[in-house]
Design a protein around this ligand. Structure first.
Ligand SMILES: *Cc1c(COP(=O)(O)O)cnc(C)c1O
Length: 389
């Protein structure tokens, strides 16, 4: 046993020396725009609760009603006795929301990607994956045992070449719709064109797009006014702008049924509890009408982007509520984040392996619950820390 302990201690010491050891930061309040941590109030600039729905009175009420009627758990996997009528209703609602024939709900977004990708392709097939895709897509690709071709971020020429030169018959392209650490958006019509030309399936992960982009919050397709073709599988989550938990895929009926029959991350895990399903259902209805909040989020983003650029920080232009502030090396990024935290702004340093080496950053994310005044307070704190550098 001592050998094991020495081994783990050695790794821990190395990670600590490199500033890569991770600790949780427990919040002692509701995760709203401001939170209490160890008795101290800080402005929260790192949640994915873009529309503030985790705190919605309506959603809380729906969840409580469902607990009273159905209980706290679903008791089994979807394949055994864990499928309630509620799950099916939610799936019909998702399919309508996304304008596809069928939808399938999983317990988390991570499990959705694992289940979908491993069902669609396997050994002898090919996956084409953007280099900055979310870890759940990366892990899914590896687990599938298909050959993985990684293309440069958003580089459609590179993707085109890889597609042309690959020998595999069955091809699947996987991409984030809105990239989780950069907040930029996939060039949708180009990637659809490439998927059609090469006979590939295309899976678009709309975790950060659902509820945020498009007139009714339907995501990247609505944003670009493009109808997803039959070879497209839309993936999304309830865990971000929808304020709940769970993931889904939506697409052509036969494809979704195929995933339903092959996804191990669906069979071998317990179905989402009734409270979560009920609030997810209501959240999907609510977001369609939250156009005002989406417009406000966009305006806040632009305000932050411009203010930070004006004080000399490296902030890429964008339109989503994810605002990366690229610092570069690990040490100064961690220092910047620590000083911000001491002064009352919480936006953590994002480091490898979450982002590539040399692109360490602060990842600011905002919610429609942040008032302009609160954001201005945060901006002046960021400016102060920057001046002290
Ligand atoms: C968060 C995220 C997921 C995982 O969703 P969870 O519901 O949190 O498991 C998948 N894909 C992307 C792009 C994400 O940002």
């Amino acid at each position: 046993m001592q050998g094991w302990i020495d081994y783990f201690e050695e790794i821990k010491n190395r990670l600590m020396a490199e500033g890569r050891w991770r600790e949780f930061v427990p919040i002692d309040s509701a995760p709203g725009p401001q939170v209490i941590i160890k008795g101290k109030k800080v402005i929260l600039l790192c949640s994915n609760d873009y529309l503030g729905l985790t705190q919605s009175t309506i959603l809380k009420k729906k969840a409580i009603e469902a607990i009273k009627k159905f209980g706290t758990g679903s008791g089994a996997s979807r394949m055994i006795s864990g499928s309630l009528e509620l799950h099916l209703e939610l799936e019909e609602q998702v399919a309508r929301f996304k304008g596809k024939e069928k939808a399938l709900v999983f317990s988390t977004g991570y499990m959705t990607n694992l289940g979908a990708v491993t069902s669609l392709v396997g050994k002898g097939d090919a996956i084409f994956s953007d280099e900055l895709n979310h870890a759940s897509l990366v892990d899914a690709a590896r687990l599938s045992r298909a050959k993985i071709y990684v293309y440069k971020h958003l580089d459609m020429n590179h993707l085109k070449d890889l597609l042309k030169n690959s020998r595999e018959q069955k091809k699947l392209i996987i991409t984030d719709g809105v990239f989780s650490m950069d907040g930029d958006i996939v060039p949708l019509s180009d990637i659809i064109q490439l998927s059609n030309d090469s006979g590939a399936l295309l899976l678009v992960d709309e975790a950060h797009a659902t509820g945020v982009l498009g007139d009714k919050g339907k995501g990247v397709f609505e944003h670009f006014h493009i109808d997803p073709s039959d070879n497209v599988i839309l993936m999304g989550t309830f865990s971000k702008a929808l304020g709940g938990l769970g993931g889904f895929v939506a697409g052509k009926g036969i494809i979704i049924e195929h995933i339903k029959n092959h996804a191990r991350s669906l069979f071998y895990t317990t179905a989402l509890p009734p409270s979560v399903i009920a609030s997810n259902m209501r959240a999907l209805k609510l977001v369609s009408d939250m156009k005002k909040e989406r417009k406000y989020l966009y305006e806040l983003r632009k305000l932050i982007e411009e203010s930070l650029k004006n004080i000399g920080l490296n902030v890429p232009e964008g339109i989503t509520p994810i605002i990366p502030v690229i610092i570069g090396d690990l040490e100064p990024t961690v220092q910047f984040a620590m000083r911000l935290f001491e002064k009352g702004v919480w936006t953590p340093a994002i480091r490898p392996p979450t982002v590539p080496e040399g692109t360490c950053r602060l990842r600011i994310s905002i919610s429609s619950l942040h008032s302009i005044d609160l954001i201005k307070d945060a901006l002046s704190i960021i400016e102060k820390v920057k001046e002290e550098e």
